[in-house]
Structures are given as structure tokens and as C-alpha cells.
Design a protein around this ligand. Structure first.
Ligand code: NAD
Ligand code: ZN
Ligand code: ZN
Length: 446
């Protein structure tokens, strides 16, 4: 152990401040709790520099998650490694690279769930369903709204921002992370990859393939070899058939990330293959719509292209989804809310053979569709948690381009509203729950 390691190990004993939630609901306290210790050889201890408050924290806050024990909140963190378990050593071969390269002092961001990097699900890219998956901020795994956090399976879970700085981005250019603010890097823990995921789930869906490839279904994707089919596939679609219409339901911080990511990808497709598209972004809260408009106005044309774009209330959104498509509805809807009214709206505005890409975290009661509803529209649903690790490179590219939106704090077009101390936690939880503020970060050391 080096001198700096010993010093770090000494630093991480004792008591720390943390934001804690008590059942049954709405009870947030700032408390002194023990600093977490290495308990498994694969663990790392991270000194938290910034922690996020997320819409997902609100589900527990509101008592919707059936949690009956107190817990340390939060699942979005960026910080510095201060202690590593014995699995981290230069000769840790045959394991994820970080077991042999991560050092005390490295700057890291943690995805919001643990992933080992060594199981089938991790290898295939479905990292949020790792066999060791565990969400930060539950009674059994204290969260990131603390001065220190324990990261299980840290060699598979963490991203080492210090080493990313010297590795390659797209086009073999090194990623220059030096211009990225820490507050924007925190968004890589969850909400920016989740926004990318919402967009990609829709755009990669086979039901969108006819529009992206110009070939009628099913010939835009995988088909068994068939000469008759190939002849069929050459049938040209008309211009109007190739107009892609996407709705976004929910413009909280995750919805804004989804919109910005979607627009960036669509602008790229517009430039490379002439894709025509239109996007309708919907939220019932006026301040959320105003933020989305300011964000859209701040993005230059390379990041949003020339497609039509509207921000709308629920009623106006329904009218646009119909009016812009001759009554057909949206080809895809991204649902970024997590309640049944949002799912119902998504169903109402999606067209037959459309796709609903849902990243909202849904609770009881059951989803609001009958078998007949889903049969009658041939609608496809994709639900679930974002595999942050798989989305990370695409999210990082967008983060680098979109510092105008993600880089600042508290400006008209900033996604992040404020960075506050833990003492303000009870108030900002309440404000965020009521939609009175946007994305809030905590500085645990203020
Ligand atoms: N799938 C994942 O991995 C993942 C990751 C992060 C967050 N989430 C989830 O994403 C959702 C959004 O998170 P957030 O931080 O943006 O939360 P948020 O609560 O700030 O935003 C939700 C927004 O939805 C709007 N809304 C409510 N009902 C609506 C309706 N019927 N139609 C349209 N809009 C409606 C609200 O006004 C609000 O602006 C949450 O459910 C969160 O748990 C999922
Ligand atoms: Zn989150
Ligand atoms: Zn795994």
C-alpha cells in the first residue's frame, strides 16, 4: 500500500453527513451516519463530490415503492476514489480492466446500479440486469447523497473519468473532458444515458425501420433470404410515408435529456440520409415547458436539425399528434414520466404499428391497457431501466456537444437548476416533487 493509500484509508473512518429518508413517506432528514467501509474485496469507497436528486428518488419519497426501512438516499454520484478493496491490483488479469488500473485519487462517476462486467447480461450490454444488479439508495445499499459511498463490484460498475480523458472518442480523437463541468459529468450517472436509451429504444425498433431505410415492413430489418421478398422490398415508399413523427411525454430532467438526445440523433440522420422528422414534446406544467423551449432555442442547428418541433400541453400535444400526421398519430412515443396518465396519453397519440418506449418507473396499479387495446393498435412497448454502461459512449458524445444545455447551472437554458447543501434537502425534495424546480444537485461539503 502506498503512502497516499494509507492516508486515504485513514481518512475514511468516522462519521459523515447523509440525506436520509424515513417511511412511510415525505420524511427527509439530514443525519450523521458512519462512513461506509470496504466489506467485499471488489468494493471501492468514493468521496462524493456531487450527488443528484432524481425523479426516481421521488417514488420512494412519495411512499410508492413499498419500502419500510429508513435509507440513505440517492443513486447519482461523481467523486474521487479514496479506498479500494484487495481485488484491485496490477495483476488482476481476466477481470474488468478497472481491477488492474483504478487508483486512489481517480475521478469516477457511478451508474445508478451495480454491474459486475463479468456475467452474460453485462457482456451482452444489458448491464442494468446484471446478476449482481443493485440500485443505490435502498435500505441494503446506501445511496450517493452522502459524503462517501461504497461501490460494490466497483471494477465493473464505475467509469474512470481520469483514464477516459486519455482514451479515444469517435474518429479516434481523444475525448477532451477538460471542458466538461463536474455538474454535467454527474448527468452520466443516470439521466443523460437514460434519455439516450429512451430515444434509441424507439429508433432501433423494427417498426421504425421502414422509415429509416425506405423499405416496407418487414424488409427494413432482418429477413430470411427470399428473392420474391427482395422484389417486394424495392417498392418505393412515398415521401409522406417517410416522415418520422415522435412524441415525448414528460419534460422533467430526464425528458429534457431524452429530447436533446433524440434531436441530436435525428439531426445526424437528417444530415446523412435526408431523414424528415417532427417532434412533439409534452408536459402539463408550464415551467417545464418553458425550460424545454429555452433548451431548444439554445441548441444550434447541428444539434437539432431542421425538423419541426413543438412544446405542448397535454391537450395541444394530442391535437398536434393528430394534425401533423393526417390523423395517423406518432410513429413512436417516448414516455418519461412514470404514471398511468402518461402511459394513457402515449397510447392515445401513437399510431397503429407504433412503438412506446417507456423509461418512466411505473408503480401499482397495473398498466392501463387491456389486451384488446394493445391488439387493436399492434402497438409495441419497451419498458424498463436504462443499461447506463451500454449507453455511456453515446451519452458522453452528446454531453461533449451540448455543454450549452448541460454545462451551466441556473441559466435560462441550463438543465441543472441549482447546486445546494444537504441542509436544503427537505425543502428541495418537496420543491422537486411539486415540479417547482428542475434538476438539483447536492454538494455534500457545503
Ligand atoms: N428507466 C430508467 O432507468 C430511469 C432512469 C432515471 C429516471 N427514470 C424515471 O424517469 C421519470 C422522469 O424522471 P424525472 O427526473 O424527469 O422526473 P420528474 O418527476 O421531474 O418529471 C416528470 C414530468 O412528467 C410530467 N408529467 C406528469 N404527468 C404527465 C402526463 N400525463 N403527461 C405528460 N407529462 C406528465 C410532470 O409534469 C413532470 O414534468 C421518473 O419516473 C423516473 O423514475 C427512469
Ligand atoms: Zn436517477
Ligand atoms: Zn454482471
Amino acid at each position: 500500500m502506498s503512502v497516499s493509500d494509507e492516508k486515504a484509508a485513514l481518512d475514511v473512518s468516522g462519521i459523515q453527513k447523509a440525506v436520509r429518508w424515513y417511511p412511510p413517506k415525505y420524511d427527509i432528514r439530514v443525519e450523521a451516519v458512519p462512513i461506509p467501509q470496504i466489506i467485499d474485496p471488489d468494493d471501492a469507497i468514493v468521496k462524493v463530490k456531487l450527488a443528484g436528486l432524481c425523479g426516481s428518488d421521488l417514488h420512494i419519497y412519495r411512499g410508492h415503492e413499498d419500502v419500510d426501512a429508513d435509507l440513505t438516499c440517492g443513486h447519482e454520484l461523481i467523486g474521487e476514489v479514496v479506498a479500494l478493496g484487495p481485488s484491485f491490483r496490477p495483476d488482476a488479469t481476466g477481470r474488468p480492466e478497472l481491477y488492474s488500473t483504478l487508483k486512489v485519487g481517480d475521478k469516477v462517476v457511478s451508474p445508478f446500479t451495480v454491474s459486475c462486467g463479468e456475467c452474460h447480461f453485462c457482456r451482452i450490454g444489458f448491464t442494468c440486469r446484471c446478476i449482481h444488479s443493485c440500485l443505490f439508495g435502498i435500505p441494503t445499499l446506501p445511496g450517493g447523497q452522502a459524503q462517501y459511498a461504497r461501490i460494490p463490484k466497483a471494477g465493473g460498475t464505475l467509469f474512470n473519468l481520469s483514464s477516459l480523458q486519455s482514451s479515444s472518442g469517435s474518429g479516434e480523437q481523444p475525448w477532451d473532458l477538460s471542458k466538461l463541468s463536474d455538474s454535467s459529468l454527474l448527468l452520466l450517472a443516470d439521466i443523460l444515458p437514460t434519455g439516450v436509451f429512451a430515444a434509441m429504444q424507439a429508433l432501433q425498433h423494427p417498426k421504425i425501420a421502414p422509415i429509416l431505410t425506405g423499405k416496407p415492413y418487414p424488409y427494413g430489418g432482418f429477413v430470411p433470404s427470399s428473392p420474391v421478398g427482395q422484389a417486394q422490398a424495392s417498392t418505393a415508399l412515398q415521401e409522406g410515408d417517410k416522415l418520422l413523427t415522435i412524441g415525448i411525454v414528460g419534460l422533467g430532467p430526464v425528458g429534457v435529456c431524452a429530447t436533446v438526445s433524440l434531436l441530436d440523433i435525428l439531426a445526424g440522420l437528417g444530415a446523412s440520409q435526408g431523414l424528415q422528422y417532427q417532434v412533439i414534446a409534452i408536459d402539463p406544467i408550464e415551467s417545464r415547458r418553458t425550460k424545454m423551449e429555452a433548451v431548444y432555442n439554445a441548441i444550434d442547428v447541428s444539434g437539432k436539425g431542421s425538423g419541426r418541433f413543438a412544446v405542448a400541453s397535454i391537450e395541444d400535444g394530442k391535437k398536434l399528434a393528430s394534425g401533423w400526421t393526417n390523423g395517423a398519430g406518432c410513429n413512436a412515443v417516448l414516455e418519461v414520466v412514470g404514471n398511468n396518465s402518461a402511459l394513457t396519453l402515449a397510447y392515445d397519440i401513437v399510431r397503429p404499428f407504433g412503438i412506446i418506449s417507456s423509461v418512466g418507473v411505473h408503480q401499482e396499479p397495473p398498466i392501463p391497457f387491456t389486451g384488446r387495446d394493445v391488439y387493436n393498435k399492434n402497438v409495441s412497448f419497451d419498458f424498463g431501466r436504462c443499461p447506463v454502461r451500454a449507453m455511456f459512449p453515446i451519452a458522453l458524445e452528446i454531453l461533449l456537444k451540448r455543454q450549452d444545455v448541460f454545462g451551466g447551472v441556473g441559466k435560462e437554458a441550463s438543465l441543472i437548476d441549482r447546486i445546494v447543501s444537504f441542509d436544503e434537502a427537505p425543502q428541495v425534495y418537496e420543491d422537486f416533487d411539486k415540479g417547482r424546480c428542475g434538476k438539483i444537485l447536492f454538494d455534500p461539503w457545503r
